[in-house]
Each structure stands twice: as structure tokens, then as C-alpha cells.
Design a protein around this ligand. Structure first.
Ligand code: PEP
Length: 251
């Protein structure tokens, strides 16, 4: 039995005080939820303050990225021990926006995943195809490449700490959602990859989130799919009410 995990990716939004207000409102709305893992991913500058709000709550903290070195001459970067230090449990790695705008590759994703794991941070590894790749019938090839490329050399026990987020790029921030069948098809394919790379036992334990224009109106149907174990939510997570509604719909 996999506990669903719903994470809010706030992207480049919210000042510290706005992030604190959003978190406080959300914490009240979801304080009775015990059967879904809840995660919020604010910008780096708000992590510490948001942690102070959720410290004793059922909401966990994620960063939106990290660098693989612990410290040194890497201007502008933030490392795994630093994220741990401000209370992060999770870190999003390989989001399509990082792949698209910041040169993230499978190799850098893999380095970041290993750095996160070595500091007891749980990676949320994002994978997903572009519209032109889907239309060219390349969805499975892209997903295979992203999943296998991100988890190179991970042991079975390291893999157990990872979450995979399937986010078709054409559905992110576009209002276009994958149909529940389209999502299920890719999630099941990801589980097959994990079975082949590790074991049936391992693959049956890994949570696979869906991401791409998830909102209260479509969450229940997506989450009802056998291999969909939660959601990575962008836009709708910036409003406490709609994020809480998605959480409630996913149970
Ligand atoms: C995301 O950024 O991970 C995402 C899925 O965004 P949205 O929900 O806005 O499509």
C-alpha cells in the first residue's frame, strides 16, 4: 500500500511573507489529513520561514533544486547539507523547466539525486515528454531515458527513498491535463522500468506522482488510477484552498 504524496511546487513565486501566509492558511486547512503525505516547495529564500510554520505540522518541506557539491566556489548554488539545515525533507530534481531553461541533463539530474540521498534528502525526480515527442510516438523512449538516466548506480535501498513525478511537458502550466488513461499508461510503464532495473517488490513500493495542470476538478479521477500515487502541483498550489481541495480529492 503506497501512501499518496501531494507536493506543491511554488516555482518562482511568493516573497517570504507571502509564503508564510500561504503556508499558515494551508496548514489550517489540512491539519486533519493523516493518510496523504503533504509537501510544499517554496523558493530558497522562504524555506527557513516556511519551515518555522510547518515544523510541528503534517506538511513537509522541499526545495526546488540543489547543487551536487556540498560547498566551495560555485556561485549562486545551494547544496544538500544546506537544504537539510533549513528543514527540507524532499528536493525536486530535473523539473522540465530546469531541463528547458537551465541546461539540466540526465547526468546532472543523476549527480543531484546522489547528492540529495547522501544527505538524507528524498529526491522527487521529474520526467516527461514534450508535445512533439508525444506526437512522434516517442513518449516511452523519452521516459525510459529520463528514468534510467536519473537513477544510474542507485542501490535498491537508495531508490526506495525516491519519488518519481511524471510530468508531460505539454500539460505543465497549459491547462491541458493528460487524461487519466494517458497518465496511467505512462505510470505503469515507469513501474515496469523499475521492475526491470530492480525488482517487482521495489517497483511496487515507489510512489509515482502525476504533474501537469492538476486542479481540484481533475484530481480525483487522476488519483483513482492504479499507478498514480499523488500529484506534483504547480499553479493550483499557490492558492491554499485549491491545494487543500486537491489533497482532499486525492484520498
Ligand atoms: C509543475 O510545475 O510541476 C506543474 C505541474 O505545474 P502546473 O500544475 O501549473 O501545470
Amino acid at each position: 500500500m503506497r501512501t499518496p504524496i501531494i507536493a506543491g511546487n511554488w516555482k518562482l513565486n511568493k516573497t517570504v511573507s507571502e509564503a508564510v501566509d500561504l503556508t499558515s492558511e494551508l496548514a489550517k486547512l489540512v491539519d486533519n489529513i493523516t493518510d496523504v503525505e503533504l509537501v510544499v516547495a517554496p523558493v530558497f529564500t522562504a524555506l527557513s520561514n516556511v519551515y518555522n510554520v510547518i515544523n510541528t505540522s503534517n506538511i513537509q518541506l522541499a526545495a526546488q533544486d540543489l547543487y551536487w557539491e556540498d560547498s566551495g566556489a560555485f556561485t549562486g548554488e545551494v547544496s544538500a547539507p544546506m537544504l537539510k539545515d533549513v528543514g527540507c525533507d524532499y528536493v525536486i530534481i530535473g523539473h522540465s523547466e530546469r531541463r528547458q531553461y537551465f541546461g539540466e541533463t540526465n547526468e546532472t539530474v543523476n549527480q543531484k539525486v546522489k547528492a540529495a540521498l547522501s544527505h538524507d534528502l528524498k529526491p522527487i525526480i521529474c520526467v516527461g515528454e514534450l508535445l512533439k515527442e508525444r506526437e512522434a510516438g516517442k513518449t516511452e523512449a523519452v521516459i525510459d531515458d529520463h528514468v534510467k538516466g536519473g537513477i544510474v548506480d542507485l542501490t535498491e535501498s537508495e531508490m526506495e527513498s525516491c519519488v518519481i513525478a511524471y510530468e508531460p511537458v505539454w500539460a505543465i502550466g497549459t491547462g491541458k491535463t493528460a487524461t487519466p488513461d494517458q497518465a496511467q499508461e505512462v505510470h505503469s510503464f515507469i513501474r515496469d522500468i523499475l521492475t526491470n532495473c530492480y525488482s517487482e517488490n521495489l517497483s511496487s513500493q515507489i510512489r509515482i506522482q502525476y504533474g501537469g495542470s492538476v486542479k481540484p476538478e481533475n484530481a480525483a479521477e487522476l488519483m483513482s488510477q492504479q499507478d498514480v500515487d499523488g500529484a506534483l502541483v504547480g499553479g493550483a498550489s499557490l492558492d491554499a484552498q485549491s491545494f487543500a481541495e486537491i489533497v482532499i480529492q486525492s484520498r
